[in-house]
Structures are given as C-alpha cells and as structure tokens.
Design a protein around this ligand. Structure first.
Ligand code: ADP
Length: 651
C-alpha cells in the first residue's frame, strides 16, 4: 500500500469527504471494529455454512454490480437511491444469508474498484475494505434476525417455503441494521448534532425509499421465477428498475440545474443592487459557496496597466481575510486572466506541488481548483477562484455556474469601480473649482484695489505713487496669466495635445537667465555652478526654461528667507543635469512620490504658501517628453534637491 501512516486518505461521510487523519479516534476505531467484525465473521460462517447455488451467484452478482455502478442516483449530499438491493434480497432467498453476505462483499469490492478508477475516489484500500466489512456485517446481522423468525436454515440454505415472509423480514432487518451501523459512523465522527442536521434524515429517508422499491420487486422476481426462472425474471425486472432509476436521475439533474439557475439569478439580483466593492465581494463569496462549496475562495483584480494582480481572500461568512499581490501572469489565476479561459485544475496526491499564489498557506493544499475569469466585453478584469481540499470536488455544471457568477461579478465590479472613479472625479472637480476660484480671486481683488489706488493717485497728481501701484497691478495680472497658462498646459497634457519643439539648446543660458530674473527679487542667496564644456541638449528652450523656473520658484517658496539656493549644471556620458538645492521645509518620504501628481500640495508646513499643485506635474511631463526625468531627494526640515535630467543624445 502506498499510503503512509500520516496520509490515510479520505472517506465519505454524509456526502462530505473527510480526511481520515482528521476524524476523531472513536470514529476510526468504530469503523475498524465494525469492518473487521464483518470481514472476520464472513469466512468463519462460510466455513461452517458454505454457500451453495454458485451458478446463480455470477448472474446476481453481475446484476447487482450493474445496478450499483450504473443505476445508483445521488439525490443529494450523502443521499443515494439504489435498486441494487433487489438482487441481494432475491439472492438471499436463493442461497441464504451467508451467500447474500458473500455477494455483498464481492459486489462492493468491484464497485469500489470501478469508482476509484472512474472518479479517483481517495479512499484508501484499507478503509474501503472496512467499508465492505461494514456492509457484510449488515447482511449477516439481517440474516441472523431473519433466522430468529424462521429457522437457522435461512443462514445457509435456499428458502423454498415462505420466501415472501423471509424476504420481507430480511429486507426490513437489512435496512434497520445498515442504518444503525451508518448512525454509529456518523455519531462517532461528528456527534449528535450532525444526525439532527438536515442531511441525516434525508439519507435515512432515501435508504428507506430504496428498500421500499427493492422489496416488492424482489418479491415479484421470486414469484415470477416459478414461471420463467430466476435469471430472466431478474432481467425483466432489472430493465424496469433501470427505467425508474434513469427517470429519477433525470429529475435530479433537472432539479440541480434549476437550483443552480435560481442561485445564479439570486446572485445576479443581489450584486446588481450595490455599488460598494467590499459589499460586492462579500455577496459573491457567500452566495457562491452555496452552489459551489469551497474551502478557500478569493477574488483577483487586474488593473488595466498594473503589473500586479491583487488577490482578496474571503471567508464563507463574507468577510475579508487578507490581501496579497502577485505578478501578472503568475499561477493559475494569472493564466486565467491572461487567456480569459476557465481553468479547472486537479492536483494529484503525489504530483508536483502546485506553485499557486492562490493557496492560503498552511499545510493543506487544495486538491481541486476552479478559476473563472471575470470578463467585461473582451477585457478580463480579474478572476474568481474556488478551491477544495477534496479531489474532483467540482462537477462540470458547477464550474459552469462559477463562470456565470464571474461574468455577472465582472459587470457589477466594473460598475462599482466606475462609480468610485466618477465619485473621485467629482470630488476632484469640486476641489479644482474651489482652488481656481480661490487662486484667481486673490490677485483679482488686488488688481481691483490697486486700480482704485492708481485712479486716486492720478487724480491727486501723484504720478510716482500711481506708477508703483501700476507695478503691483501688473504683477498680480501676471500671476493670473501664469495660472491660466498652467491650467491650459495641464489640460493639454491630460488630453495628450501638449507638444514641444526641439532644437539644440544651451541649458546654461536658460539657467543664467532664470537666475538673473530672480536676483534681487528675493532675499535668498543664489549660487550658480556650471560645468565647463557643458554640451547642448536637444529640446524646447521655452519649456525647459519653464521647468527650471518652476524648480527655482518652489525653492524660493518653500525655504526661509536668506537661506541659500544652489543651482548646479553638470553632465556625464549619457545626460546633462540641472539641480536646484534649497535648505527649506523638505518633504516627508511618504509624500515625496505624490508631489508630482496633478493638483497635489503638501498641506502642512507650506500651507500658507500659495500654489496650485500644477508646477511639478507640468515640469515632470515636460522632462519626460524630452526623454528625461525629474528626481528629488528631500529631508523634512533640512531641504530638498530637485534634479532635472536630460539625455545628451537627440531623441
Ligand atoms: P505648488 O508649488 O503650486 O503647490 P508644485 O507642483 O510645484 O505646486 O509642488 C507640489 C508640492 O510639492 C508643493 O505644494 C510643495 O508642498 C511641495 N514642494 C515642491 N517643491 C518643494 C521644495 N523645494 N521644498 C519643499 N516642498 C516642495
């Protein structure tokens, strides 16, 4: 046997697959005792009462295997409808209890082999053997009970007299005994609560229905046998029973499909009723677990341009456990997102460990995984992944359901994202309007005030005072103009309509002009260091001037008076650099990446300094249009160095 002590495999209990290593000791023990009991009792009895009618054995064992393998209908979790007992009951009449128990053992062994082959059941052979022992014990005990009512002869002999009565007692006893043994298994495994759950009564009910169907037909075969022999009688009734099973199966499939449809419908209604992303995730997790039961679940989101996929793990209760990011294209999830195709994955017990981001860590690896891509039009915006510790946990129809849920989720998530970005845009617009009105109102008020002064001074004949006031009017008007130009530039950049005209440009001229402009306008001490033989760059002189001016004006704005500002120009093999260093406020590391965003301003410290948050945004865009970049190094309270880097090669 390949299984080690630690990997005992799984067994099925009320339709749920349970790892044997996780079962309580009493549950494992009771199985062993019952199983071993049955297995040991059988040879002992065979020895004393060897079964006869071997000729019929093959015929009925074949009928029973066919019925067990082909006609058993799974009505619900753990509930089965089976007509195979018909042949067991008839064979009891033909050969007695021991013969019936032997046939039970052989048939269940064969059907276990077939199932393992067909569905890859993970039950270890040892455990399956005990299951068989369990069944054998059921048949033997039923035979003993029948013997109490009739004679000991029913144990090992055909029952020519009163076959109907003996058969009826055997069938009822068989039902009672097997249900009792099953109860012990469930009770030792999960206690009383499991038996009171809905599953247990359903399981017993369907066992009763099976027995109730099998008993009359077994009687009919027994009676018919007088006229047309056992074999043909069993064949005729077998065909009829096959019809009954197939109709039931059809019905069950239809009902299942109907349930799935309803579930999909319900999820659709629920998720379309909310625009809140976390609420959406919660609904998707809770509702999908009802139709596609899972042990681990996550929603993966792939932003359009982001190189990473964000993964959100959820509980069955619909709350978030944790988030993780994985590189685009990684694992099954990445594959589902890049191909847009549904992935159904079965992890082999002994196979290579699955390198998947989607597992929640811990020791247990999922056996079955389904990843359904969330498609919106032809774009894949993410995926939903369900994982089960059981092998072959998902029927094809369940993967289909998950795909439908994913398609609905895609629309709902997209809507929620659009709503959120609309909301952000609305807030941004409001902020923008209040900023612009504020920024224009101040200089306009000064313009108006100083225009009044000009008028007054002119009326009084004070020409020089009037001229001074006109200077202020002009400076304030320049501010408004500048603001308008910045706004225009930034919206052109947003629309992709901003252009530059490149020609050989001498940066040292640009910088010297700027320094001259500021000289005398502030109390800062400027130093200018320009490397010898500075090469020219290929760029737009006016726009580059705008960048340098912005850096210098920021240095002036955000550093105290009389502190030094140093402008340095140098170059290396690949680029020409212009840095502006101040000893001012500085920017904290977490805000540093943000200062280049449109309209972003550091609120604290420099809040009293006027600005729009456009300067650095525009400057960086201009630098990038030249194939260059603006970098910054800064320490709060010590100062900042902004460096413009421009490539030497024309591009
Ligand atoms: P504005 O100066 O109009 O607010 P910018 O885009 O030029 O807009 O700058 C964005 C923000 O970056 C400023 O609000 C300021 O907080 C910060 N910042 C820019 N330059 C400096 C500097 N030299 N020292 C400290 N903070 C600065």
């Amino acid at each position: 046997m390949a299984e080690s002590v630690t990997d005992l495999g799984e067994t099925t209990l009320l339709g749920r697959r349970v790892p044997i290593s996780e079962m309580p000791r009493s549950a494992v023990l009771s199985r062993w005792i019952i199983g071993l009991g049955g297995l040991m009792l059988l040879p002992a009895i065979i020895l004393f009462h060897p079964p006869i009618t071997l000729r019929h054995f093959l015929v009925f064992a074949t009928f029973m295997v066919l019925a067990e393998v082909l006609l058993t209908v799974r009505v619900g979790p753990g509930s089965f409808y089976s007509v195979s007992q018909t042949f067991l009951f008839v064979y009891f009449v033909l050969g007695g209890g021991v013969a019936a128990a032997t046939m039970e053992a052989v048939v269940h062994f064969i059907s276990w082999v077939v199932q393992r082959f067909r569905r890859g059941a993970n039950q270890t052979p040892l455990f399956a053997l005990f299951d068989i022992g369990h069944k054998v014990l059921g048949a033997l005990l039923a035979a003993f009970i029948t013997a109490i009512f009739y004679s000991n002869r029913v144990l090992a002999h055909p029952i020519p007299q009163h076959p109907v009565g003996a058969l009826t007692v055997f069938a009822i006893a068989y039902f009672a005994v097997t249900v009792s043994l099953k109860s012990i298994a469930v009770w030792t495994r999960a206690g009383f609560s499991e038996m009171r759950s809905q599953l247990w009564p359903k399981t017993v009910l369907w066992d009763a229905i099976s027995t109730a169907t099998c008993l009359p037909f077994a009687i009919v075969i027994t009676l018919l046998a007088g006229a047309i022999l056992y074999g043909p009688a069993a064949a005729v009734i077998g065909i009829f029973l096959a019809g009954v099973s197939l109709i039931l199966r059809l019905n069950v499939n239809l009902r299942q499909g109907n349930d799935e449809l309803k579930a999909v419908n319900r999820i659709g209604t629920l998720i379309n009723a909310t625009l809140d992303l976390s609420q959406l995730f919660s609904i998707i997790a809770i509702e999908s677990s009802k139709v596609v039961p899972w042990d681990a679940f996550f929603i993966a989101l792939a932003e359009k341009e982001s190189p990473a996929i964000q993964i959100i793990f959820m509980t069955k209760g619909g709350s978030e456990i944790t988030q993780r990011t994985i590189p685009r294209g990684a694992g099954l999830t990445g594959r589902a997102i890049s191909t847009g195709e549904l992935i159904v994955y079965e992890q082999q017990e002994s196979g290579v460990a699955l390198d998947d981001e989607g597992t929640l860590g811990g020791k247990r690896r999922p056996r079955s995984i389904v990843v359904a891509p969330m498609k919106f039009g032809d774009k894949v915006i993410g995926a939903i992944s369900v994982q089960s510790f059981q092998s072959n946990a998902y029927r094809p129809s369940q993967s289909g359901v998950l795909q439908t849920i994913a398609a609905q989720a895609a629309i709902a998530i997209r809507n929620a994202q659009l709503f959120a970005s609309e909301e952000r845009a609305r807030v941004e617009r409001d902020e923008f309007f209040s900023l612009v009105t504020h920024e224009i109102k101040n200089p306009l008020t000064s313009v108006q005030g100083y225009a009044d002064i000009v008028e007054m001074e002119l009326a009084g004949g004070n020409i020089s005072e009037a001229q001074q006031a006109v200077q202020v009017v002009k400076a304030e008007a320049r501010k408004i103009l500048r603001l308008m130009e910045d706004l225009l530039d930034s919206s052109k950049m947003q629309a992709g309509k901003f252009t530059i005209r490149k020609e050989p440009t001498d940066l040292s001229t640009v910088v010297s002009t700027m320094a001259r402009k500021y000289d005398g306008r502030t109390d800062h001490t400027f130093t200018l260091k320009i490397a010898d033989d500075l090469p020219t760059v290929y760029g737009d002189e006016t726009r580059l001037g705008q960048v340098v001016e912005n850096l210098v004006s920021n240095a002036v704005k955000y550093s105290p008076e009389k502190t030094p500002i140093q402008i340095t120009l140098w170059f290396d093999a690949s680029a020409v650099y212009c840095s502006v260093a101040d000893k001012g406020l500085g920017v904290s590391p977490e805000k540093l990446p943000l200062i280049f965003e449109r309209f972003y301003r550091v609120e604290e410290g420099g809040a009293e300094v006027k600005g729009t948050g456009l300067g650095l945004f525009i400057s960086r865009q201009i630098a990038r249009m030249h194939g260059g970049e603006i970098r910054v190094k800064s320490r709060v309270g010590e100062g900042s160095v902004f460096t413009l880097e421009l490539p030497r090669k024309a591009n």
